[in-house]
Design a protein around this ligand. Sequence first.
Ligand code: AMP
Ligand code: TRP
Length: 328
Amino acid sequence: MTKGRIFSGMQPSGRFHLGNYLGALENWVKLQNEYECFFSIVDLHALTSAFENTSKIPENIHNMALDWLSAGLDPEKNVIFVQSKVKEHAELHLLLSMMTPLSWLERVPTYKDKLQQLGEQGKDINTYGFLGYPELMTADIILYKAEYVPVGEDQIPHLELSREIVRRFNNLYQPVFPEPQAQLSKSSLLPGIDGRKMSKSYGNEIPFAASPEELRERVRLIVTDPNRIKKTDVGNPDVCVAYKFHKIFNKENVNEICKCCKQAEIGCVECKKRLAEKMVDVMTDMHTRRAEYEANPARVKEILAYGAERARKVAAKTMEEVREAMHL
Ligand code: AMP
Ligand code: TRP
């Protein structure tokens, strides 16, 4: 018996980084043993803000599948699939759009924020599809009658809207859907090598797929205590980004590192070398798994096709109930 059903998704929008891993995937890998999980690469969502140039989508999907599989998501335990391969997502999105007041969509805080943010960058995404982003997300979740949705804090307003839409559907027609709930990941934000939140848009990320050499090079660039100029200066770990990484990746030696820094027993170069070796070590299994899948792209395709087939079965059944409830 599992504890219930989970749905979560991620946009295939470029390189997956260590922040994405710690903030989401690491948690998903734990959840796969307790819940019945549906994990989707949401390519239709990627279109809501990147509809002009779609040529990179296939490559991004393949890379995201590699990232997920190498992180340890098991394609037998979970249903892993590409959203656009299950057409019921689009159908349910359309039907939900008929009953969702515009004002509900317009008041979602991420809507105006992102519209403005991208507008400032000269990008116009004032489209019907972008406004409907959380509508599509609702369709994703409830198509599988998922009860729990593991996401970051930024997605909470979307989940609130999902529950409102579900209540409206269930009241208007038949009680088809459970109300989904957000399940917040406990890990905090991982900083990037410059100390700001790790993010593709800042260019401060450490790619999850980085080779050991690339990993060492990125770790070498992590900013340390700005007041520690010479090796003989004592350091303050509390303001050091490398120390934050030690706390996450090198837990068993973190006290030693702290002491050595405060007493100037090791320099920042040595401190980061130790960190890099530890991180290479922690990532070894994932690198091995990645190399295996990379060498066998047909296997990755097969996994996604198998996932889509399993997802479709559940989705088709829900849509039958939906059509019946709506007299279609
Ligand atoms: P994004 O790439 O921003 O759409 O994020 C995808 C997932 O990764 C979401 O669940 C985020 O909460 C998580 N995430 C993104 N950046 C970080 C970070 N720097 N630290 C922790 N989690 C993150
Ligand atoms: N909006 C989510 C994000 O940016 C991605 C997503 C799409 C999603 N559909 C979903 C997450 C359904 C959870 C459930 O992270």
